[in-house]
Design a protein around this ligand. Sequence first.
Ligand code: HEM
Length: 406
Amino acid sequence: MPAVPARFSVLSKEFAAAPHRCFARLRERSPVHYEPAIDSYFLSRHEDVKRVLTDHEAFSTEMLQVRAEPVMRGPVLAQMTGAEHTAKRKIVVRAFTGRALERQIRAVHANAAELMAPFLARGRMDLVNDFGKPFAVHVALDVLGLDKGDWQQVAAWHGGVAEFITSLALTPERRRHCIDCAEQLEAYLLPVIGQRRSRPGDDLISRLCTAEFDGVVMSDRDVTALIINVLVAAAEPADKTLALLFKHLIDRPEQLAQVRRDPRLLAAAIAETLRYSPPVQLIPRRAEQDAVFAGATVPAGATVFCMIGAANRDPGAFSDPDVFDIHRPDLGAARSFTAAAQHLSFGAGLHQCVGVAFARAEIETVAAMLLPLLDEVRYSPGFRYREAGLYTRGPLALSLDFTPVG
Ligand code: HEM
């Protein structure tokens, strides 16, 4: 098998500018790609990525102790295994399904209406910075039961936490900044946890404070970590997915028109957006034993990054994978938001995203609100589209013009 040119790197500017242009080359010529600068392996084929995510004995989440725990201030769900994982995951799942989900969708609606109102009459909005980012944080705060008046401060701390988790290499200064953010977020949360222990409400923090594991309530440290876990996991990919959905549809007016005519197609459009441009591009694991992929060995103890974007465009899994098509028969809108999903944008196996149902409902609700309001939607004059991020990836901005709403 020919090797990719020795100088090719997933840490290069070329890759950062447009990862999707390098995916085929990686899958075909270097499916087990080693990056010496960060001593890590990158897997790009669908079957290899799926194997890593579902073989929990051979590939563990141990490295999150150093990649996440310092800023999460305790162990996160993805680090847990066995009965502890099942029990604590259930608590979070309950807060995002059934009746609780219905309540949250009302909160999604109210937040979206309030945040979009000032932009409608202007006929111009940056869907990422004016709307998507504040919207995603507002909704996460509502679900957790935190004060939305503090959203800008929480968003700044959350930015530091997310930077720590999603950086492949951090300078000591940035590392210090991220830890500072996490410590301040923890100091903000601890008094709230104390209040909810004595006067529990209907929110997720109260549930975490009162739920028992093995007959014992969770410690402040465990509750803090799960709150930060949900805050980052819920807010980080939401605005990216929404903006990418609109970008892909604006770039394909025929598919946009079809979704406008039949909003039931929205679920399929969101699923295809997630497949085509997953906001979470990398999922890390540690190899617990030597593992062979495509004739190459990943040694025990090595860090392995699953390349979700590359796996989702593997022709072995999807026909014409580089084409965005909301009607593609090999995806299926219904199963795309379940454990049977063919795309890997929510991960796979035990640690598959707990927020799948909520993420779908959140994006579907807000997109269904926006579509009829953004009549004649198009890029603003002079707007230049740019994306950023290796670990999580999304548009830096999406400046849109539309017919002002009277
Ligand atoms: C489009 C939106 C979303 C995307 C693309 C996404 C993606 C992912 C991915 C790829 C994982 C797997 C991580 C791994 O295997 O290590 C994951 C796990 C997780 N997600 Fe999401 N997520 C989204 C929305 C949400 C929301 C709204 C929540 C809110 C609860 C959430 C909470 C979590 C949690 C707690 C985990 C860890 C689950 C576990 O380890 O058992 N996510 N997500």
